[in-house]
Design a protein around this ligand. Structure first.
Ligand code: PGA
Length: 258
């Protein structure tokens, strides 16, 4: 059967999740090296890993990275999926294909996909349903642009993204929300602790109880203690810094004990 989904990795609420979004980076050798470095660190940490860890490599590397990470505590995810299980969709990948490669998660609605590929909330609703159909946990990304924040529209924008994209059957066990202010992604700018906590509290009121809410946007080893120390923050979605094993590991170690 396709879609083995959670495979016993049902995370206790309270354990934070640190996810690495490798984006379109890495040839096979790079991916293998990074995966080996992470596996080594996870092995050395044994059961003492204070958080759940996830890496989302580009589609070309999922199989190889998954093979290397097999048996480690590090989970595997994709960066996007199509809403249909299969068919004439050139260049796309289905949720079932990700599950078949050993993925448990898929990132959906990243701002780079919303902007670069015109993904709407309605499209994302279909993709989240597809992820669930295949047994994957969907990581839905939401966040406002700088202009929207300056115009005082941040909460309204994020609320409407949540309402538009999360299917009615939304359940905490198969959904993660990542709050990623667009202006903080890859810019070195991060939202203030107050703004992160305030937005996470707003998001929490609008999603199924118990759903983890990650913060993303220029999370790095220097700011991760502060961000992951916030009680409203259930983890981090890390882009650039996840390409360096030491940096990613330092960020993961910023999670306070659950
Ligand atoms: P960044 O990316 O950490 O490089 O800002 C985060 C993301 O896009 O998920």
């Amino acid at each position: 059967m396709i879609g083995t989904g959670q495979r016993g990795r049902n995370m206790a609420i309270g354990t934070k999740l640190v996810a690495g979004n490798w984006k379109m980076n890495g040839l096979r050798q790079d991916g293998a090296t990074l995966a080996h470095e992470l596996k080594e660190r996870a092995g050395a940490a044994g059961g003492a890993l204070g958080c759940d860890l996830l890496v989302c490599p580009p589609a070309t590397l999922i199989s190889e990275v998954g093979g290397i990470l097999a048996g480690s505590a590090i989970a595997l995810g994709g960066q996007d999926c199509h809403a249909a299980p299969k068919g004439a969709y050139t260049g796309d990948i289905s949720a079932e294909m990700l599950a078949d490669l050993g993925c448990n998660y898929v990132i959906l609605g990243h701002s780079e996909r919303r902007q670069g590929h015109g993904e709407t909330d309605a499209v994302l609703r279909g993709k989240i349903a597809a992820a669930w159909r295949a047994g994957l946990t969907a990581i839905l990304c939401v966040g406002e642009t700088q202009r929207q924040r300056q115009a005082g529209e941040a909460i309204e924008v994020v609320s409407s993204q949540l309402a538009g994209a999360i299917p009615d059957a939304g359940a905490a066990a198969t959904l993660v929300v990542a709050y990623e202010p667009v202006w903080a992604i890859g810019t070195g700018l991060t939202a203030t602790a107050e703004d992160i906590s305030a937005m996470h509290a707003e998001i929490r009121r609008r999603i199924p109880a118990g759903t983890r809410i990650l913060y993303g946007g220029s999370v790095n080893p220097k700011n991760s203690d502060t961000i992951l120390g916030l009680s409203e923050v259930d983890g981090a979605l890390v882009g650039g810094a996840s390409l360096n094993a030491d940096d990613f590991w330092t960020i993961a170690q910023s999670c306070p004990a659950a």
